[in-house]
Design a protein around this ligand. Sequence first.
Ligand SMILES: CC(C)(COP(=O)(O)OP(=O)(O)OC[C@H]1O[C@@H](n2cnc3c(N)ncnc32)[C@H](O)[C@@H]1OP(=O)(O)O)[C@@H](O)C(=O)NCCC(=O)NCCS
Length: 216
Amino acid sequence: MPGEPEGFITGPTAAGGLSLLGPAELERAAALAPGPRAGFVAGRLALRRFAAELLDVPASDLTTNFSCPRCGTGPERSHGRPGYALQGVPVPLALSLSRSSGWVLLGAVVEPPAGVTIGVDLEDPARLDFDGFDGVALTRAEREALAGLSGPALLHERARLWARKEAWLKMTGRGLTAAPDTVDVLHRAELRDLAPGEAGLPRDLRAAVALSASPS
Ligand SMILES: CC(C)(COP(=O)(O)OP(=O)(O)OC[C@H]1O[C@@H](n2cnc3c(N)ncnc32)[C@H](O)[C@@H]1OP(=O)(O)O)[C@@H](O)C(=O)NCCC(=O)NCCS
């Protein structure tokens, strides 16, 4: 439905179908070590196939049209906010992608109203078990919200907040050019947590989606 987020497609990463990727994507893939390259390729193939399915066009007809707030938009761009074009015209999809621990999470809005953007993020709590995370990543109010937690409960809550934060930063397009400890995500109407069952994810991972309000 226009303006509503589409179902979230998730799955363990798996490479294949390299010929579907564009030149800028292949160049970025070639610069990566084999493990990260397989994850990158699998995510980009899944994203392209997801977009093609939503538009009901062959995946091979889409050209990449990513946007970076610093570098601009176009087929030569291999990073930034995801997007595609069909015969040179940007397709009517707002898209977002996240990878974590061998999984890919994708989100989309079909025929988004002008200016509407989406951000999704997936986090593995096990990756956030280090000293100093809270001081660098969280606002004061977020750190207070974690007070008293320890062990797995602390890691799960860190991952939940970090997924919300990165989903928010992808929705705005700023990414981590914004200092994460200045962006409070405890209560934002545009954000919601995705339950593992809802997105078909392993129970231990945490995920969030941010959908910008329609400009009035
Ligand atoms: C996006 C970001 C917050 C999350 O990264 P992460 O947790 O390491 O990785 P995730 O798998 O969750 O997300 C990566 C995806 O975010 C998306 N993304 C990257 N930059 C984005 C932006 N500015 N806006 C929206 N989405 C963005 C891409 O789809 C990317 O997938 P890709 O690796 O296939 O290109 C972080 O990578 C970031 O801030 N990147 C941009 C930094 C930047 O703008 N640098 C300046 C470049 S000139």
